[in-house]
Design a protein around this ligand. Structure first.
Ligand code: PHE
Length: 456
């Protein structure tokens, strides 16, 4: 069977950027900036993206392109003993897919709310909590979001993922620019800009670094088998260093734009909300902010459409990572594999959705040294499991694998193929992937397991 591939380098770059640019950029990043001292966080974040994020993404994409296989097959082909790294990565992607689609469903519901008159009954918090605890309704939205994602994946890499990304990514960009222009021209927005461009050395501490590291991994879709899978569809004529630079640049640029837009809007309307990141931010605080803005309903609608595009292209990539594995390793057709994965994911996702309130008894155990053994809502445990444990673990193992098992020289050989400039910074990259990246990622793992805080 002929394996699929991206039809063009641009298509690959937009699809990978579509994976990277997601909920993490549009609402997690601005929240993090708010919590961690504005400009200080941004400087630390950018340094981490350049030195660690780019290095690991390059390593993952090189593994994929070298083997032209799904992420489990890729590790197996290079060194059979390390197949388990691919398996952990696919498992991570599967769990994330099951709950990412729940949030995707919420975004669709909010688009409908805005499109039909933005009636939140005067209390956005009551509205949100009322909706997510309704049991069946959020599940129906989740299934709708999942079904849309599945349709694209069944169509395939080039006529599904690539084609949709080429349309949605430019649209996302235009909408975000419109929202940013509106936000920075609101009266009072200059205080927000000042906050973003301020540098306060007091915030230059360990917490900020750990928060930035976790954010960078999640935002660049690292440690979850996705970049390996996407890399496996890339042609040997394409330049990997060039593509990776562009993907990370786009991802960071979009996060910064979203940060500027949201922080300026918060400062102009309700500065007390700065620092109140967290899950409810997009669904509770932002609708309040929009309701205080002139023409806020239109911007609210645009914002949720933007969030939908971002979440949709990310969800496609997570599902592709799992489907590529199931269809290639278990020799199933793409359609059967997609339906099977979605079937199981929808059950896990229902658990996530119901544990938000409708069924408070849906709990799972979670352990960290700071808090001991606790029973937490299933949704919270799934998020902790992926963000605090599985993502950093897979990324750490992938660094060790490339740096010490596959050997960076072999990776460099792969990276040089198709690269016009010949990848002159190879010695620096080898140093980063062998030493700096594993130490940094190992630190996230240990710290979150000991102190029990979420870092992504
Ligand atoms: N990178 C995406 C974001 O920023 C998140 C994501 C997670 C994408 C998991 C794919 C898989 O939201």
């Amino acid at each position: 069977m002929k394996r699929s591939s991206f039809a063009s380098n641009l298509g690959f770059i937009l699809a990978a950027a579509g994976s990277a640019i997601g909920l993490g950029n549009i609402w997690k990043f601005p929240g993090r900036v708010g919590e961690n001292g504005g400009g200080t966080f941004i400087v630390v974040y950018i340094a981490i993206v350049i030195f660690i994020g780019v290095s690991i993404m390059l390593a993952e994409i090189a593994i994929g392109r070298h083997t032209h296989l799904n992420s489990v097959g890729a590790f197996k082909k290079i060194n059979k003993k390390f197949t388990f790294i691919g398996i952990i990565g696919v498992l991570t992607a599967f769990i994330i897919f099951s709950y990412y689609t729940v949030v995707g469903g919420w975004v669709m519901k909010y688009i409908l709310t805005y499109a039909t008159g933005a009636d939140f009954g005067g209390d956005t918090q009551a509205y949100f909590l009322g909706f997510i605890t309704q049991g069946v309704q959020p599940i129906v939205w989740q299934l709708a979001f999942m079904a849309l994602t599945a349709l694209v994946i069944i169509r395939g890499v080039s006529s599904g993922i690539e084609r949709i990304s080429k349309v949605l990514m430019p649209l996302l960009f235009i909408i975000l620019i419109a929202i940013t222009v509106r936000a920075v021209t609101l009266p009072g927005a200059d205080a927000g800009l000042e906050f973003i461009f301020s540098f306060d050395p007091e915030y230059l501490n360990f917490n900020t670094v750990i928060a930035a590291l976790g954010q960078a991994f999640f935002s660049l879709s690292l440690g979850m088998s996705i970049m390996i899978t996407y890399g496996s569809y890339v042609s040997k004529n394409d330049s990997l260093p060039g593509s990776v630079s562009l993907i990370t640049l786009l991802d960071t640029f979009i996060a910064l734009l979203a940060g500027v837009a949201i922080i300026c809007a918060v400062y102009a309307t309700n500065p007390d909300l700065i620092g109140a990141g967290g899950g409810g931010f997009a669904f509770i605080s932002l609708p309040n902010i929009f309701s205080e803005m002139p023409a806020g309903e239109i911007f609210g609608l645009l914002f949720f459409v933007l969030l939908f595009f971002a979440a949709f292209t990310s969800a496609m990539s997570i599902l592709e990572g799992v489907v590529a594995f199931v269809s290639e390793e278990m020799k199933l057709s793409r359609t059967t594999a997609t339906l099977a994965v979605c079937g199981v994911a929808s059950i896990v996702g229902m658990g996530y959705s119901l544990s938000q309130g409708s069924v408070p008894t849906l709990v799972l155990p979670w352990f960290d040294f700071a808090n001991g053994l606790r029973m937490l809502p299933m949704g919270t445990v799934l998020e902790y499991l992926t963000d605090n444990l599985l993502i950093p673990l897979t990324a750490l193992l992938a660094c060790v694998f490339v740096g010490w098992v596959w050997k960076p020289e072999s990776a460099v050989k792969e990276i040089r193929i198709g690269s016009r400039s010949g990848f002159k910074i190879a010695p620096l990259w080898i140093f980063l992937i062998k030493y700096i990246c594993p130490i940094a990622v190992g630190a996230i793992l240990v710290i979150t397991l000991i102190f029990g805080r979420s870092v992504s």
